[in-house]
Design a protein around this ligand. Structure first.
Ligand code: IVH
Length: 676
């Protein structure tokens, strides 16, 4: 038996993963079975001897390679969102405060919450028609899931017929997991129970799924047509009575104290439970309040995951490197001796910024404690000073970006202080480091969403000069791509069709994808709502009119001084303009469509001032948006209605509105009209 070095081990993993892909995906074995087995044995042997160095990408973690194109894609009836995280009790208090503000609840009122363990598994959606299961989907990208019906049907906890046969559509969502004692029997093949459950669920052959005992807890409501539950608890109760498994540690809580006690109790029980959990999920119990709260782009306002404390490990910093982000931020990253933190091999940790390095006195060759929480990049908590040796070296933070341009700290108008982050002084694609990150953003899930075009592909194509600007993606020479290592006819065909598919894009996603600093998804929505068509948006590329155009954006909700400054810098850059013009020719950019209902407020420009008694200002704004209104932030001739809350409306605004003869609505009028 050959003993591998760490380097050889990593190489063999890459090789074995390729063999797996060739075998399982392309049905084309590249080596004999005995060669394959020998290679796998070498890898397993290394992992047994060096469990701390086990690579999470090791093929020994998987049953087989299951590419996503094996399952057909189905659009979710309502998006499957993820959850925002709270790491401290202050984060939880903040969550409740925001809810109270949004709904304008009285200070001493504590909204009823339901607390459930957060199961570390794989989420799935089950669709029933007249009580009979018709489809089972994975989460996928939240908007489209994979049809894994056959595999889900092998799970005993998933009942096939709801006894009361609810009429029409009834969608149940929950978590598929593997019990720890079942995992013990198969653990040599997987890194952790979650991986085992994921691998098993994604088997093409459901007979293989059957071999691994999977379980299911119900945790949320999908789309339901003919059932009126008043609370989340009522829904869970119904599912429990119908034969589903409901987590027995769920409870209804009505104070911060009880939340904390419940959290501590369950954290103590964590290791003795027969399934992995990684926190507690708090949800507003009342479904009407949930509906009023609604969601942000990726998580609901009515729920949060309170994560258990993260895992820590000790290692040594070997080097500090600078990474340039897509907005030009220079982030120092510690390169570490690889160390296993709770099942994940970690070799990088963020040092955040220059101040952080100084504050924690972090030096190269220092022994440090790192912490990893969820999917967040690990952080250095502290330096073990007693272990500091003579070879420890202070890090001189660079004055320049990696591209050679000066890097400076911005002056923050709100805090009247210099920013802590140094940024490259380029405004976009001229800095090659920023450009590469911008490309990664451009192809990412919430932007163009080019499947198979991940960060690694961007890096690869960048290194060999295939892409420099977003438009290059649409002029790729596929013949050349096919010759690259890791690419073949089939994968190039998939890439080609994914790129072609991405050419149809909404104006909102397009604005988001070009990656203007401070223009996230919400502001991209505000801008696309204002511009409606790409032709209007292109007016920003006309230098002569730029200041005039930008001036008008000040009225838009969400667009403040910071956004205006950023838009100005972006559009003053010639290259940015060229890119946008070029892309507008290549892409089919669809007009902004308000999918909202026809109402009294459709297409009207409204502005709110003062506080409202029945709802918070944010809720009022969202309601108006849902009714098709545009929210403005200044009083101008364009405004159709100034809506004033019953207390503390701004006098100036009312006077100006009167001067301009703009219709003023009092809270009661607004409520009546919004209900019509
Ligand atoms: S509620 C809108 N409850 O955690 C999302 N999710 O990080 C509603 N999860 O995708 C989800 N246990 O798959 C909810 N008790 C629980 C959960 C839970 C695990 C998963 C779920 C979700 C992910 C978010």
């Amino acid at each position: 038996m050959k003993y591998l070095t760490l380097e050889e081990y990593k190489e063999k993993i890459i090789f074995l993963n390729k063999l797996n892909k060739a075998y399982h995906q392309d049905d084309e074995p590249l080596v004999s079975d005995s060669e394959y087995d020998e290679l796998k044995k070498n890898i397993l042997n290394f992992e047994k001897k060096n469990p701390k160095l086990k690579d999470p990408k090791s093929p020994t973690n998987r049953v087989g390679f299951s590419p996503s194109n094996k399952f057909s894609k189905v659009q979710h009836l309502v998006p499957m969102l993820s959850l925002d995280n709270a790491f401290t009790i202050e984060d939880v208090e903040d969550f409740i405060k925001k809810i109270k503000n949004y709904l304008n609840l009285k200070n001493d009122f504590f909204p009823e919450l339901i607390a459930e363990p957060k199961i570390d598994g794989i989420s799935a959606s089950l669709i029933y028609q007249d009580g009979k299961i018709t489809k089972g989907l994975s989460r996928g990208d939240g908007e489209f899931g994979e049809d894994i019906t056959e595999n889900l049907l092998t799970i005993k906890d998933i009942i096939k017929i709801i006894p009361s046969r609810p009429k029409g559509l009834f969608e149940i969502r929950g978590e598929v997991y593997i019990a720890k004692n079942d995992f013990d029997k198969i653990k040599d093949n997987f890194a952790n129970p979650r991986n085992a459950a994921a691998g098993s669920l994604r088997q093409k052959d459901s007979n293989k799924t059957k071999l691994i005992p999977l379980k299911f807890f119900v945790h949320s409501i999908g789309k339901i047509n003919n059932h009126n539950f008043l609370t989340h608890f009522d829904f869970l109760k119904f599912c429990g009575e119908s034969g589903f498994k409901i987590n027995p540690l769920s409870s209804i809580l009505i104070s911060i104290d009880s939340l904390m006690k419940n959290y501590e109790n369950i954290e103590k029980m964590r290791s003795s439970l027969d399934y992995d959990i990684d926190g507690i999920v708090y949800k507003i119990n009342n479904l009407n309040l949930q509906k009023r709260l609604g969601s942000l782009s990726s998580s609901p306002r009515w729920a949060i995951a309170h994560k258990f404390s993260s895992q820590k490990a000790t290692t040594v910093i070997r080097k500090i490197e600078i990474q340039v982000g897509r907005t030009g931020a220079l982030t120092p990253v510690a390169k570490l001796d690889p160390v296993n933190v709770g099942g994940v091999l970690v070799s990088n940790a963020t040092l955040h910024n220059e101040n952080e390095i100084k504050r924690k006195d972090i030096r190269v060759n220092d022994t440090i404690i790192i912490q990893r929480a969820g999917d967040v990049i690990p952080q250095v908590i502290e330096v073990i000073k007693s272990k500091r040796g003579k070879n420890s070296k202070k890090f001189a933070f660079p004055e320049k970006c990696l591209c050679g341009r000066p890097a400076i700290k911005d002056f923050n108008e709100t805090s009247k202080k210099l920013d802590v982050v140094k940024r490259c002084t380029d405004s976009g694609f001229n800095c090659e480091y920023m450009a590469r990150e911008k490309l990664k953003h451009f192809v990412s899930k919430d932007a163009l969403n080019i499947e198979g075009f991940g960060k690694k592909v961007v890096d690869n194509f960048w290194h060999i000069n295939f892409i420099r600007l977003p438009q290059d993606i649409f002029h790729l020479n596929y013949k050349k791509v096919e010759l690259l290592e890791g690419w073949g006819e089939q994968s190039v065909n998939n890439l080609k069709s994914a790129i072609n598919k991405s050419k149809n894009i909404s104006l909102l996603k397009f604005i988001y994808s070009i990656g203007i600093r401070h223009i996230g998804q919400e502001n991209a929505k505000n801008l696309s709502k204002y511009f409606i068509t790409i032709q209007n948006f292109l007016k920003l590329c006309n230098q002569a009119n730029l200041s005039k155009e930008i001036e008008q954006l000040k009225e838009l909700d969400g667009i403040g001084d910071t956004q205006i400054e950023s838009l100005e810098t972006f559009f003053k850059d010639k290259k940015n303009n060229e890119i946008i013009l070029e892309l507008s020719k290549i892409l089919n950019i669809e007009d902004f469509k308000d999918s909202k209902i026809d109402s009294f407020f459709s297409g009207k420009n409204v502005m709110f001032t003062g506080t409202f008694s029945g709802m918070g200002r944010s809720e009022a704004k969202t309601l108006a948006e849902n009714l098709g209104a545009n929210i403005l932030s200044t009083v101008s001739k364009k405004l159709n209605f100034l809506i004033i809350g019953s207390s503390k409306p701004t006098k100036n605004k009312i006077e100006k509105a009167k001067e301009l003869k703009i219709q003023i609505l009092e809270e009661q009028d607004w409520l009546k009209l919004s209900k019509n």
